[in-house]
Design a protein around this ligand. Structure first.
Ligand code: ZN
Length: 324
């Protein structure tokens, strides 16, 4: 028996904390091996059961994803994290401190090679930080270039990111990124990824650790998604750009009056989806947009979302309303 007095009986045996609050404990990370056990997808995602991934001769994306994911899981576990190595089927409302889905590309675009990483359409500050952390470390370990203009609406609208459509999807508060590690169909990328999957795994694990080292799991505002009201293009010749800045591709000109759904606001720019087509997305200058009078949010708020008050636009910061 220890000489210390036993005081525990003076305290309650279970501490109550709100069910939505993260319990203290090690970091929890979900690593999804894209297309792994795709045949086990639930009925609501039955159309995706034949999505077996890219291949080039004997080289299969699904094998690569699983190989790298297993190595990432080992690296993170050796750093003290609890890791869920996840197949295509996501546990309903999956919550973790970070979720990274691993894929490799097979689509062909002339000259395209390298990696790209994307957040869900509506991304929390934490999700964007996770993306930036991976974008910083993955190329350092692999030497692979960024496929800068290759992000697709399939990535942004990835099924596992879509709790509004599916029960088997992540909780919107889970910071999430999908990483296309490179092209299975490009020899130089294959050499790196299949030749040295540990380099890819190190680049991914390092990015996740970098993100977690600056992550506050109790700052719920960082994990919340901001909802913006619909806006309209209020200028002639408004250009939809691939990135918010000068090195952007001009995607198209949006006619005055075009309705857009804002996704994110940053340094005088709005990332938007043109109304009616999630295939048309990019960045518009804030000066080219105006809010619609009386724009409201249909359906009200859901957990972990931040509402951007239309009346306060454009000068005031968003009014933050967090639900438990
Ligand atoms: Zn894939």
């Amino acid at each position: 028996m220890s000489g210390l007095p036993r005081r525990a009986a003076a305290f309650p045996t279970a501490l109550a904390y709100p069910a939505t609050m993260r319990a203290p404990g090690p970091w929890r990370v979900g690593i999804q091996a894209g297309h792994w056990r795709v045949e086990e997808l639930p009925d609501e995602q039955h159309r995706l059961r034949d999505s077996t991934g890219a291949r080039y001769g004997p080289f299969r994306e699904a094998d690569l994803n699983l190989e790298v994911a297993g190595r990432v899981a080992d690296l993170l576990r050796s750093s003290g994290a609890v890791v869920d190595l996840l197949p295509a089927r996501i546990p309903p409302g999956y919550r973790a401190d970070a979720f990274v889905s691993l894929h490799a590309d097979g689509a062909y675009r002339a000259g395209a090679r390298g990696w790209k990483a994307a957040t869900p359409w509506r991304a929390s500050a934490a999700a964007r930080e996770l993306r930036e952390a991976l974008a910083g470390t993955f190329p350092r370990f692999t030497g692979l270039p960024e496929d800068r203009y290759g992000t697709t609406f399939y990535m942004r609208g990835y099924y596992a990111f879509s709790p509004h459509r599916y029960e088997h999807a992540i909780d919107p508060r889970t910071p999430a990124v999908i990483l296309e590690m490179g092209f299975v169909t490009v020899g130089q990328d294959r050499e790196v990824l299949f030749g040295n999957p540990q380099a890819a795994a190190l680049g991914i694990a390092a990015g996740i650790l970098r993100f977690l080292s600056g992550h506050d799991p109790y700052d719920r505002g960082r994990m919340a998604v901001t909802l913006y009201p619909m806006m309209r293009v209020a200028a002639q010749g408004a250009e939809l750009l691939s990135h918010p800045g000068r090195d952007a591709l001009r995607l198209e000109e949006l006619p005055e009056g075009t309705l857009v759904r804002p996704l994110h606001r940053e340094n005088g720019w709005f990332e938007v989806m043109a109304w009616g087509s999630y295939r048309r997305f990019g960045w518009l200058s804030e000066a080219a947009l105006e809010p619609l009078a009386g724009a409201e949010h249909p359906g009200g708020l859901v957990h972990g979302q931040v509402r951007f008050s239309p009346s306060a636009w454009p000068s005031a910061p968003p009014r933050i309303i967090l639900e438990a």
